[in-house]
Write a protein that binds this ligand. Structure first.
Ligand code: ADP
Ligand code: MG
Length: 171
């Protein structure tokens, strides 16, 4: 069972389902939103973000930021930053790299491996936790702020009743 602070669970039986979640999340973004993508290597974090960025209209390649730390896109009037802190040896590297300035009211920040910058990276509005589930994946969504809740409230109906089950928001 998932923990009680999980607001929604989306089964992702195949890669297309992960892509669909990314596409639908693209329609629920607001400037200022910080989304953490948690999960093991190969859980589907980059797959989800790639589909999101393509859905917003980006036609070129979407590189994983594993080596660059951050990739930047201006699309659909959004300033979108895609981070990956997998290679951090300590959270302070976030500060050393001067990445804090990217987290502002105008930008959307999508963060892979946020736990490697814990205590230095700003808090998220929404956390997506991807897990392996058989040959597929499952994602738990946790909204931590009203902005994250608004995003999730837009995402849940977009995913359709068959794709999602919800649990009450924490109060
Ligand atoms: P991460 O960024 O979490 O390390 P990637 O997105 O780079 O993971 O890789 C995930 C791998 O799993 C890709 O090969 C992708 O095709 C596959 N994948 C993504 N979502 C699913 C899913 N729901 N079911 C099965 N395979 C998936
Ligand atoms: Mg990745």
């Amino acid at each position: 069972m998932h923990s009680p602070d999980v607001n929604a669970v989306f089964p992702l039986p195949d890669e297309a389902a992960t892509q669909r979640l990314g596409e639908r999340l693209a329609t629920a973004l607001q400037p200022g939103l910080v989304i953490f993508l948690e999960g093991d290597l190969g859980a589907g974090k980059t797959t989800l973000v790639r589909a999101l960025i393509r859905a917003l209209g980006h036609a070129g390649p979407v590189k994983s930021p594993t080596y660059s730390l951050v990739e930047f896109y201006v699309i659909s009037s959004l300033y979108l930053y895609h981070f990956d802190f997998y290679r951090f040896e300590s959270p302070e590297e976030f500060l050393d790299a001067g990445l804090g300035e990217y987290f502002n009211d105008a930008s959307v920040c999508l963060v892979e491996w946020p736990e490697r910058a814990q205590g230095c990276v700003p808090s998220p509005d929404l956390r997506l936790r991807l897990h392996h589930a058989g040959v597929g994946r499952i994602v738990e969504a946790l909204a931590d702020t009203p902005k994250g809740e608004a995003c999730l409230n837009a995402l849940i109906p977009a995913m359709g009743a068959d794709d999602c089950c919800t649990t009450p928001a924490p109060r």
